[in-house]
Design a protein around this ligand. Structure first.
Ligand code: GLU
Length: 368
């Protein structure tokens, strides 16, 4: 699906687009983006902005260097900068009668089903009220272990939650290159990626186009989430004015085509979890059963990695460590350790209480 035919679009804007190297806010550029957004609104599209910049604007306000910030101080700086960020959007967008609202999310808000559904409902109500939600991570309370830390993956999770058709990551390069374009003349822009697991397998993107907090690695992670949740993703250069219009008229960007997804919303949410708590390694028999749509039973589990509670997101790997499914585990890791390899009818006796008989029920699992 092209940007023109997309109905719900998430646009991610990195700090380097809002603030230039001389720490000047790029107001003219933001005004040009607002015009593109107005045009798209008139075409009936629903738009969400995921914007970084709280820390960058906080640093400008306090006149301090971003690179020297420690986490606890950066949370305070983000608190100062977030209001600057929203004022910036509000001032520029209101000039052309566009209304913006603020949504701050944490990792837990997207990883917990009930909270993610609440967020989805709020997005829908904001669309109905004709407001454009501007999302950022709630940096003021997110600690390092429970933090996205980059808005690329946050944006992809927002795209999944809102059932978006396309996520646009506006970056300061044209897209994904085969090599670092700043160092290699023969670096080539990859224009289309249909199956990133196969096509990008041999590329090492570490160090390529390392920009903002994320760099290319988090953009690839975002593409994986989008692919599984049925959303196309574009990485395009946002340094130009009217960046969205440019995407619609020129083809100079990287487009990640999503898998056609027949999954319902809950299964899309399961598959795009960004923080699975553990892993179950299974035998070939169990792998075959999963492929034919059956639940995962204790008998087919060989090993448990990580510590998790009942209901947590986990990955299911085959014995060669290839990921074959994701799901919500009906047992804690300690319980699985006790029952693995056993028949389902033995579980009650081993644990001493009545439980479910499937370790991961087929309704709670998505095969990859
Ligand atoms: N949430 C951070 C901020 O607004 C930025 C994260 C990122 O750069 O992706 O400053």
């Amino acid at each position: 699906m092209s940007l023109k035919s997309s109905k719900i679009i998430v646009i991610k804007i990195g700090s380097s687009l809002l603030v230039n190297e001389n720490k000047k806010i790029r107001k003219k550029w933001l005004a040009s983006l607002a015009k593109d957004i107005l045009k798209m609104r008139k075409m009936g599209k629903k738009l969400i902005i995921v914007s970084s910049g709280a820390i960058a604007l906080g640093c400008i306000k306090l006149n301090i260097d971003k690179r020297k910030l420690k986490l606890d101080k950066s949370q305070a700086v983000a608190s100062i900068g977030q209001i600057e960020l929203m004022n910036l959007y509000s001032n520029i967008f209101s000039k052309i009668r566009l209304n913006v609202s603020q949504i701050l999310l944490t990792l837990e808000d997207t990883e917990e089903r009930r909270r993610s559904l609440n967020a989805k409902r709020t997005f829908e109500n904001l669309f109905n009220l004709d407001f454009i939600p501007v999302v950022n991570e709630n940096d003021t309370i997110a600690t390092s272990e429970i933090k996205y830390g980059d808005n690329d993956r946050l944006a992809s999770r927002v795209a999944q939650i809102t059932n978006a058709d396309t996520l646009v990551l506006l970056s300061d390069v044209d897209g994904l290159y085969t090599k670092n374009p700043k160092l290699f003349k023969n670096a080539r822009l990859i224009k289309k990626v249909e199956n990133l697991n196969v096509e990008l397998k041999h590329f090492d993107f570490k160090g390529i186009n390392e920009l903002g907090s994320g760099g290319m690695n988090t953009k690839i992670e975002a593409a994986k989430i989008c692919r599984l949740s049925g959303c196309n993703m574009i990485i395009a250069n946002g340094l130009y004015e009217n960046p969205l219009n440019k995407i619609m008229t020129h083809k100079n960007y990287t487009l990640f085509i999503s898998k056609i997804s027949k999954l319902d919303a809950r299964k899309k949410w399961i598959i795009s979890s960004i923080s699975p708590k553990g892993e179950l390694i299974i035998d070939d028999g169990a792998k075959k059963a999963l492929k034919s749509g059956k639940s995962l039973l204790a008998a087919g589990i060989k090993k448990v990695n990580g510590k998790f509670n009942k209901g947590d997101h986990i990955k299911i790997l085959d014995k060669s460590n290839n990921e074959c499914a994701r799901g919500l585990c009906s047992f804690s890791s300690q319980e699985v350790l006790k029952i693995l390899g056993h028949q389902s009818k033995e579980i009650e006796k081993i644990l001493g209480y009545t439980t479910k008989s499937e370790v991961v029920h087929k309704d709670d699992m998505v095969e990859i």
